[in-house]
Design a protein around this ligand. Sequence first.
Ligand SMILES: Cc1ncc(COP(=O)(O)O)c(C=O)c1O
Length: 403
Amino acid sequence: MVDTFSYDTLYSEKSIDDPLKPAAHATYDFAVAYPAPETLPMDGLIQALQVAVDSDSEKVLAEMAYYPQQLGALELREYTCAKLAADRGFTVTPEEVALTNGSGEALGLVIQALTNPGDVVLAEEFVYMGTTAQLRRFGADIRGIAMDKGGIIPEALDDQIVALTAAGEKPKYLYTIPEHQNPVGSTLSTERRKAILKIAHKHGMPILEDDCYVDLRYKGEMQPAFRALDDSGIVVYVASYSKLLAPGLRMGYFTASPELMRRALSFKIGSGPNQFAAVAIEGFLKNNLDSHRDNFTPMLEAKCASMLASLEKHFGDSGATWSTPEGGCYVWLTMPESSDIASIRDEVFQQGVGYVAGTNFEADASGRIGSNCARLCFAFESVEKNAEGIALLAQLFKRHGQM
Ligand SMILES: Cc1ncc(COP(=O)(O)O)c(C=O)c1O
């Protein structure tokens, strides 16, 4: 018998015994955060890799045989610059773009470069929990900004900054997801973006813009990026290939003013991201971006329509309201205030329907505003399963006394 070695007195002060997250799926999985595998252009990505090898195998071999440079594969950075100019309306050079292991890594690097423990950071009152987890890990004190259907309310933002500053808690920066916000699905209008930029300049407060869902629009007008409306360096821009292509590729990127880039990258351990993925992504997208979009956006729209129709049918009389997305992955469901769908979430998951309770997205983690809300991902399950799953969700909410 070997005695188990004890690390009890050896752990670093900063380490946390964080339980591993099980990769469990409910029968109707509206808890995930990505489109379905059927929209993933697997054949196209493989072909793109093959074409790259066939046309210049020595070059690809050289790229694979060495550690990638810190900013990541040059060709994908060049492509990313062209895509940003065409889709998002701003110009940067490949030296101003860093590829990262998903945009989550980019967000973490920027957060580390800007955050001291105790710093106040602003975000939408409901916001992506991956970022709030990183912000908290690095000691940020996150405060939520009031939103409506159109996203952050600029006047509320200004009022809050003024109040916090007067209380000696001047916010350091604003984190925002302006297009198809995760979780509520709102898109900030150009007017609001301009107003928010004005407020940001007035208070000397950078904007960390997370454009993760911008490629997933099937209806309405894409709004210009904050970064396209302001060239001063006050905007840090982060985006991802996870939702456009596949999260498993782990490819995101960011661009910021030169010193901030260098300071953010100083937290990066090791080299740039996976070259194999970079070659496949660049090769595929440079020839197929439009056809890929034309392929998946109608699917997304049909899936969303099916979920909305089922909500209307099964939740129409319940007093619940829900968002009507123009893209992205999520419907935001708000049950009457008296209901608590956060506490029954695990049981409902076991009984067949997965969702993420609104409490998980509260910027200030107060537990006060999200227990009657849920994020439902419409992008992953099929049109049919979206309809069936919402019908079952209504039954389960009734069974648990929430409807
Ligand atoms: C708003 C937002 N930002 C960033 C990410 C991180 O994505 P990735 O690291 O796959 O690029 C996600 C993932 O769900 C997200 O929803």
